[in-house]
Design a protein around this ligand. Structure first.
Ligand SMILES: NC(=O)c1ccc[n+]([C@@H]2O[C@H](COP(=O)([O-])OP(=O)(O)OC[C@H]3O[C@@H](n4cnc5c(N)ncnc54)[C@H](O)[C@@H]3O)[C@@H](O)[C@H]2O)c1
Ligand SMILES: O=CCS(=O)(=O)O
Length: 455
């Protein structure tokens, strides 16, 4: 029997069965990637940039095929899948642009005594070989956020996608090769956990660029030893609606940033804090807009919400909703299931310590939480172990600045939701949401070191 079976989350049909790569194959690949550092050293920045530019073009040319692959293996709707490829194009393009401008700085030694009349020239150099580990939910764009900057910086790359994403990942790697990346500098393997742990702890891996959940991150951190780590982890991101908010815009952001991708997004609006003064009006508009969403087959053009990634994920989210309801939460919409599909669900009166809101819930459910003043809001949000992004709808810039200063997050979006992301902006969280920053220029630095020449 094969080690892994890719199942279509919507139809339940098997897509492909395969064997995981072994420890020996991991060792061989790393040895080859170490040798290939010479190839990268001989590839100047302008050439790396041109390859990434070509990759961006190829992503656009192959957009529909890639979107279909993502849709089949994740059951993200076809439109969400297309949006992901558009984003990946931007990520590749930004990687191409940044590859040409990895500039350092010059320092004057005589800023401090004694006088030595030296100049320090500081440049960024590649770390060597980077292990990139990605999750199931954005298999192309998250992979691009790792491969693009790692390649731009001049590293060789071992790419380990989520097991469900073998086919889209293979296609992405084929496009990287077609764009001109030497086969020796980028290798993709899907080993089992034991062989992945071997790669994580391997002394010739200089950095681990990981996106995924806390449990895997803890295991990687324990295995890695002295390696650079860029971790993009979970979130329990708040969207705040103030009394002066544009309620229609806030509803729109909630729909797009909580129900798209069936809520399986790190930066999804997972907790809604709505001021008492506008709570009823907001809830009414949100329920009405949610009732218009089409739920079902992700292949149909107008479907907005498809299934969760697998039955265990749907079971977990459904159980959290049921537990919250049994403890007194009121269902304003949804709470219905069919196969792996969970209907978009809106709840009121969820207890602050319910698992549904205290943990990261990866599904299409909006818990609405009333609040009366700012002072009450900050600890409610900061009490989470996560701190990824936040959004606030308000016309009050002074309030927005106070929230920016007080919330433990990596980004606060004003008049937008926590799901805001521009691929070239710094991206990452604080606390258990991660370490380091993605966003192409910042990721390049995470996967480089500063080397100084004194003359
Ligand atoms: N902050 C971000 O940028 C971001 C983006 C997307 C997803 N996520 C997070 O990812 C999670 C969902 O994705 P998932 O279910 O695929 O995550 P996951 O942690 O289960 O898996 C992520 C990857 O890690 C691998 N992995 C698992 N255990 C490992 C171990 N012990 N050692 C090495 N690798 C291991 C998996 O095979 C997979 O490739 C959520 O928590 C979500 O918030 C974060
Ligand atoms: O899962 C989150 C990745 S992103 O869409 O916020 O980049």
């Amino acid at each position: 029997m094969a080690d892994y079976q890719i199942i279509n989350p919507y139809s339940g049909e098997p897509i492909e069965a395969y064997e995981f790569h072994t420890r020996e194959q991991v060792a061989e690949a790393i040895e080859a990637l170490v040798a290939a550092r010479k190839t990268q050293q001989a590839t100047p920045a302008f050439e790396r940039s041109n390859i990434l530019l070509k990759l961006a073009q190829l992503l656009l040319e192959n957009k529909e095929d890639l979107a279909q692959l993502v849709m089949q293996e994740t059951s993200k709707t076809i439109n969400d899948s297309r949006v992901e490829i558009d984003r990946a194009y931007n990520t590749a393009l930004a990687s191409a642009m940044e590859a040409r401008s990895i500039n350092g700085e010059a320092l004057d030694s005589d800023a401090y005594p004694p006088m030595r009349e030296k100049i320090g020239v500081v440049l960024w150099k590649p770390l060597g070989t980077v292990l990139c580990i990605t999750p199931f939910n954005f298999p192309i764009n998250i992979a691009l956020h790792k491969i693009g900057p790692a390649f731009a910086a001049g590293n060789t790359i071992l790419f380990k996608p989520g097991p469900q994403n073998k086919r889209s990942a293979e296609r992405l790697v084929a496009l990287c090769y077609a764009a001109g990346m030497d086969r020796s500098v980028l290798k993709m393997l899907i080993p089992d956990i034991d062989a992945t742990r071997y790669a994580v702890s391997h002394p010739e891996i200089q950095a681990i660029n990981f996106t995924g959940g806390t449990a895997a991150a803890n295991a990687i951190a324990a295995d890695a030893g002295y390696k650079k780590m860029l971790f993009e982890l979970g979130g329990n991101d708040p969207l705040i609606v103030m009394p002066d908010a544009d309620l229609d815009a806030a509803v729109n952001a909630t729909i797009n940033q909580r129900f798209a991708t069936a809520g399986q997004r790190c930066t999804a609006a997972k907790r809604l804090f709505v001021h008492t003064a506008v709570f009823d009006a907001f809830a009414e508009k949100l329920v009405a807009a949610t009732a218009r969403l089409k739920v079902g087959n992700p292949a149909e053009e107008d479907t907005f919400i498809g299934p969760l990634i697998h039955t265990a994920a749907a079971d977990e989210v459904e159980a959290r909703i049921s537990a919250a309801v049994n403890a007194g939460a009121k269902v304003l919409f949804g709470h219905k299931r069919e196969g792996n599909i969970l209907w978009p669900t809106i709840l009121d009166n969820v207890a602050d310590d319910a698992e549904l809101v205290a943990e990261e819930t990866f599904g299409p459910v909006v818990p609405l939480r009333k609040f009366d003043d700012e002072a009450e809001l900050i600890p409610l949000i900061n009490n989470s172990p996560f701190g990824l992004q936040a959004g606030v709808f308000t016309q009050n810039l002074a309030l927005a600045k106070r929230l920016y200063n007080q919330l433990d997050v990596g980004l606060l979006a004003v008049n937008d939701g926590p799901g805001f992301r521009a691929e070239h902006f710094p991206f990452g969280g604080v606390k258990e949401s991660g370490v380091g920053r993605e966003g192409v220029r910042y990721a390049i630095r995470e996967m480089s070191y500063q080397k100084t020449l004194v003359i």
